[in-house]
Design a protein around this ligand. Structure first.
Ligand code: TMP
Length: 210
């Protein structure tokens, strides 16, 4: 049996890391083996690309170069980690995936959906997450949280308008295909956020996990 593919998305400071831990715990308590990974990253090449993308001391890539770097990392990640893991029957839980590319490069950088969709078809050949949790939060609140945590990376230095476009793109994608997404109000108290995450998991997977 193939594993399932779950991704967690959201703007900066929306609580993705905590959410990933909740998802992992929920799955493991039901006996599902889980591999946790992230994008950009998940392989040595992918992590090197991540450094190029996030480091403020590197030469900033133009938007098209940024898009291609993200998909170069994704191609490596898919072939070396995601596909083989799913084929072994292990669930893959990934911190960001292609929805982030639609949000950040497509909407944030203004490249539009066309180039992202083209590369998605080329690189993923139809593979997409079974469920994407979108942690939705007012970007100003999220950026405050993120900036309290560490020095801002290259994305976290973007202006408020960039993050408004990112948020709107996530919500629009979820609106178009509600069966593949769960939008979670990340401004709610942690226990309420956790309950919403677990409800979404139960709706999607309790049939196969019991
Ligand atoms: P994060 O680990 O805080 O989520 O940082 C990853 C950054 O990379 C985040 O600012 C979003 C950005 N990103 C993109 O711009 N496009 C993508 O496709 C992915 C996966 C991430």
């Amino acid at each position: 049996m193939k594993g399932r593919f779950i991704t967690v998305e959201g703007g900066e400071g929306a609580g993705k890391t905590t959410c990933m831990n909740w998802v992992r715990a929920w799955l493991e308590s039901r006996g599902a083996p889980v591999r946790v990974t992230r994008e950009p990253g998940g392989t040595r090449l992918g992590e090197a690309i991540r450094t190029l993308l996030l480091d403020t001391r590197e030469e900033p890539p133009v938007p098209m170069a940024e898009l291609l770097l993200v998909f170069a990392a994704r191609a490596q990640h898919l072939e070396r980690v995601i596909r083989p893991t799913l084929a072994q029957g292990v669930w893959v839980l990934c911190d960001r995936f292609t929805d982030a590319t639609y949000a950040y490069q497509g909407a944030g950088r203004g490249l539009g959906e066309g180039p992202v969709a083209l590369l998605e078809r080329l690189v993923q050949q139809g593979l997409e997450p079974d469920l994407t949790l979108v942690l939705d939060l007012d970007p100003a609140a999220g950026l405050r949280r993120a900036r309290n945590r560490s020095a801002p990376d290259r994305f976290e230095r973007e202006a408020a308008d960039f993050y408004r476009r990112v948020r709107a793109a996530y919500l629009e994608r979820a609106r178009r295909r509600p069966e593949r997404y769960a939008v979670i109000d990340a401004a709610a108290p942690p226990e309420a956020v956790r309950a919403a995450v677990e409800r979404a998991l139960a709706e999607h997977f309790s049939g196969e996990l019991g």
